[in-house]
Design a protein around this ligand. Structure first.
Ligand SMILES: *Cc1c(COP(=O)(O)O)cnc(C)c1O
Length: 238
């Protein structure tokens, strides 16, 4: 493996985002980088913070909360991007700034009820299952607007937009088609709700297509922090 540092890979991820914005006639800085640090140690996150990164994504509740409490830094913004079970919603609502993976009214209600009143409202995206794969989380595209409407009615949540995990495919036309559908749905949502400004879409393998199709936030992990080890099976969390 070529020995590059997190700082170098972070810079190169950002420059790839900037050049994709430019190539697709998107305004400079219209796409934000969410650095995905699941399973990665505090020292890796610290290096990214020192290099100027401010937005971090975590998938596992306990691990994410430990990191948030460790840094205890109001300049950092923490995004929950993993599957969320009801019994973990309270910890997420108490500690995170964003949740990208809301797919049920019940979870939205819990996050709303559990949000500490001394914190700003929790930023929320509706997760959409755009590929229709059965294994994927998220609402069907036709149900996204109704869930968004519900979230929008809750005082302690701010509806920010949509999130999706694209189905990886060597067929770029297929990836493009999924992301184009998301962009269309995002447009509909923006017309309905003034707070909507975020399309969380694109990962290490597909950011070019995501940015070409309107993504405003790409979630990059392995391209910055390296491959992840498989999550240990003795960890009870999903
Ligand atoms: C892990 C993860 C990412 C980052 O994936 P990479 O392929 O490592 O860039 C992005 N989004 C979600 C929801 C993830 O779980």
């Amino acid at each position: 493996m070529i020995m590059t540092t997190i700082t170098e890979r972070l810079k190169s991820a950002i420059s790839s985002i900037r050049s994709n914005e430019n190539k697709n006639n998107r305004p400079a800085n219209s796409v934000q980088l969410l650095a995905v640090t699941k399973t990665k140690p505090i020292t890796d996150i610290k290096e990214a913070v020192d290099a100027g990164q401010r937005h971090f994504g975590e998938n596992y509740v306990q691990e994410g909360v430990e990191k948030i409490l460790h840094f205890n830094n109001q300049h950092l913004t923490w995004h929950f991007i993993g599957p969320l079970q009801s019994n973990k919603s309270k910890l997420v609502s108490q500690h995170f700034d964003w949740v990208h993976t809301v797919e049920r009214e019940k979870i939205a209600n819990r996050l709303n009820d559990q949000r500490p009143l001394d914190k700003p409202p929790l930023n929320v995206c509706v997760q959409v299952n755009i590929s229709g794969e059965e294994s994927k989380s998220g609402v069907a595209p036709r149900d996204a607007l109704a869930l968004a409407q519900h979230i929008n009615s809750l005082d302690n949540l701010v509806l920010r937009g949509l999130m999706t995990i694209g189905k990886p495919s060597a067929d770029t036309a297929q990836v493009d088609a999924q992301f184009a559908k998301m962009n269309e749905l995002f447009g509909l949502l923006q017309n309905e709700f003034p707070t909507v400004d975020t399309l969380s879409m694109g990962m290490s393998g597909d950011i070019d297509s995501a940015i070409a199709h309107g993504s405003t936030m790409v979630r990059i992990g392995s391209a910055i922090f390296g491959q992840r080890l498989p999550k240990q099976t003795n960890n009870s969390e999903v």
